[in-house]
Design a protein around this ligand. Structure first.
Ligand code: UT7
Length: 324
């Protein structure tokens, strides 16, 4: 018997306020046409003034718990991936823990920017496989609208707010690639590339939150190479190949990156869950949002083999192979 971290529930939350591309035409020198053709984004959601990363995360967590048929005290741990925490500390995960009314277990944040959810899944899997937790709530939640320079057309049009969550549960598997649950993870970072995507403020430097700065073109070139390589590495660890994959659920930064990576992986776009047109880049929230939407659309079904992959600031990147 092999212990596996199996998905028991999934859910998401998107703020009500939808910002179409045209909204930016009055603010910076851009067009709906440029944004659509260069990124695939048509609209994104921005949090209301009274919403925060914790409140978005809480709504997604409640949806995932409902979907799993579980109560907050059935959960041993919360891992929340975010780069836009409510406060410098405590961890936003502890705010969600309290708001859920959870009186046991532990909660912490993971900060690997757009790759955050993949890093969080790898950590949740390690906790479950090592017997330190039986049920883990894994959340990706962001309010990137709060760290955008609305005068910088190269970045402000790209990002959105939202949250998604999975409930992972320890279940016995046979130890083969036919098992349900997480089959492998491959995570990487290379701090030499940290200037490609960063926020220009912080607690121990400027004392401010800062705004997003990005060398989009250089990052684009890194993204396709590294995403295909990490997806291949994760598949190899699971003893699987491209032909075994039912769905790629990629980080949703740019439709051209998603298409380029699928091509490198010899996968048809018919096997890729795409939400970038509706959500923009929601950083650590993009993969759980896409998983939840993919299930809602009837694309992802029990037993399907899924590869998630993401890259972002750090650079940090990785992939997780799981059977739904
Ligand atoms: O989530 C983390 C991972 N994120 C990514 O991987 C993002 C990766 N990068 C990208 O998605 C793309 O590089 C962008 C969408 C950011 C930019 O697309 P691009 O095709 O690489 O454009 P570019 O940066 O090479 O810029 C081309 C032109 C430039 O004008 P000039 O210098 O050629 O006159 C930009 O100033 O497009 C201009 N431009 C814009 N024009 C209209 C940049 N942003 C805009 C804009 N509207 N919003």
């Amino acid at each position: 018997m092999t212990k596996r971290a199996v998905v028991r529930g999934v859910g998401h939350y998107l703020p009500e306020r939808v910002i179409p591309n045209a909204w930016f035409e009055d603010r910076v020198e851009t067009t709906d046409e440029w944004i659509r053709t260069r990124t695939g984004i048509e609209r994104r959601h921005f949090a209301a003034d009274d919403e925060t990363t914790a409140s978005l995360a809480l709504a997604a967590a409640r949806a995932a718990l409902d979907n799993a048929g579980l109560l907050p005290d059935d959960i041993d741990a919360i891992i929340l991936a975010t780069s836009t925490p409510d406060l410098t500390f405590p961890a936003t995960a502890t705010m969600v823990q309290a708001a859920l009314g959870m009186t046991r277990g532990f909660a912490f944040d993971v900060q690997a920017v757009c790759a955050g959810f993949v890093f969080a899944l790898a950590n949740a899997n390690a906790l479950i496989v090592s017997g330190q937790a039986s049920r883990v709530l894994v959340i990706g939640a962001e309010t990137f609208s709060r760290i955008l320079d609305m005068d910088d057309r190269a970045t402000c049009v790209l990002f959105g707010d939202g949250a998604g969550a999975l409930v992972l549960e320890a279940q016995d598997g046979a130890g083969t690639a036919d098992d349900r649950g997480i089959l492998s993870a491959d995570i990487n970072s290379d701090g030499r590339f940290r200037d490609m995507l960063y926020v220009d403020g912080g607690v121990s430097t400027t004392g401010t939150a800062g705004v997003v700065r990005m060398q989009g073109n250089a990052l684009f070139r890194q993204a396709v190479e590294k995403l295909a390589a990490t997806a291949d590495a994760a598949l190899a660890k699971a003893g699987l190949g491209h032909g075994d994959v039912d769905w790629i659920v990629p980080h949703q930064a740019n439709i051209r990156i998603i298409q380029g990576t699928a091509k490198k992986l010899t996968m048809s776009m018919d096997n890729v869950v795409v939400t970038v047109q509706d959500h923009g880049n929601t950083s650590a929230a993009s993969i759980p949002l896409a998983l939840s939407v993919g299930v809602g659309r009837g694309q992802i079904k029990p037993g399907d083999l899924i590869v998630t992959e993401a890259i972002g600031g750090g650079l940090a990147w990785g992939a997780v192979v799981l059977r739904w």
